[in-house]
Design a protein around this ligand. Structure first.
Ligand code: UDP
Length: 245
């Protein structure tokens, strides 16, 4: 039984990072496609405005509280979550675990060539990891069936879908039933860019101080519009709290 809270209509699991990893490991080994999404404030706000997207997020088997804004919102609503569970960290934990057991991993998304570099780097970081297929994320609708076939014939048990939100969540919802071998699908945004070294994660000190968003903003001020979503998100959550009474 899941223990979830609702933030602007999106179900978020009240889980610690360790518990999330344990559940993800089970899902990766259990036949039948399980889905994990990692909503940050931007994603929750998008779902608030788009009922179809909200329904997709709520059809997942686990939604981790990614982004410190989600953690603060949960607290503000009087239903705190134990801690932030970043999709990227969860992915790293899972790769470490699959490295030991050898289940296949398929990397799907990012610009052409990025997943190949990510593969090389992951093989160094996680010796023994079985990356059994890659596919870039810039494709036409006509190519979709071939991509599904490529994933199925790779025998991968873990599929990392890195197309950015909401594209990745929508792709998973539309294709989940066509996946014959995959046990776990995760939507993890820019993870392949980080694995490939194309994008950098914030230094640990920023993560510990809950300032990863600030670091990302300083590195890329053109994302200002995306960061402006954060105060709007907190305000909307606060209003929803008043409406709940
Ligand atoms: N992307 C993709 N196909 C698309 C649009 C985006 O593969 O049609 C990739 C993009 O190259 C990047 C990732 O999706 O690797 C999204 O990264 P971003 O940092 O925007 O994601 P976030 O983690 O912030 O959702």
């Amino acid at each position: 039984m899941r223990d979830t809270i609702e933030i602007l209509g999106v179900q978020i699991d009240r889980i610690s990072a360790a518990y999330a990893l344990k559940k993800a490991e089970q899902m990766a080994r259990q036949p039948g496609v399980s889905v994990i999404f990692t909503p940050n404030p931007e994603i929750v706000m998008a779902a608030y405005r788009d009922p179809e997207f909200k329904e997709i997020l709520n059809s997942a088997d686990m939604c981790t509280p990614d982004g410190i804004g989600v953690v603060y919102a949960a607290k503000m609503l009087g239903t705190p979550v134990p801690e932030r569970v970043a999709g990227f960290d969860l992915t790293c934990g899972l790769l470490e675990s699959l490295r030991k057991t050898g289940e296949g991993v398929f990397l799907f998304g990012a610009k052409p060539g990025v997943a190949e570099i990510a593969t090389d780097n992951l093989r160094e970081t996680y010796p023994g990891i079985n990356i059994c297929g890659v596919q870039h994320g810039y494709f036409s609708d006509d190519e979709n069936d071939d991509i599904v076939e490529k994933i199925n014939s790779s025998g991968a048990k873990l599929l990392l879908v890195c197309l950015g939100a909401p594209k990745q969540e929508k792709w998973i919802a539309e294709n989940r039933d066509k996946l014959t071998d995959v046990n776990l699908c995760m939507g993890v945004g820019g993870a392949l860019d980080v694995f490939a070294g194309v994008a950098k994660r914030a230094p640990d000190i920023f993560i510990k101080l809950n300032l990863e968003w600030f670091y990302r903003f300083c590195k890329n001020p053109s994302r200002l519009g995306r960061f402006a979503a954060l105060p709007k998100f907190m305000l909307t959550v606060s209003k929803s709290k008043k409406q709940r009474g």
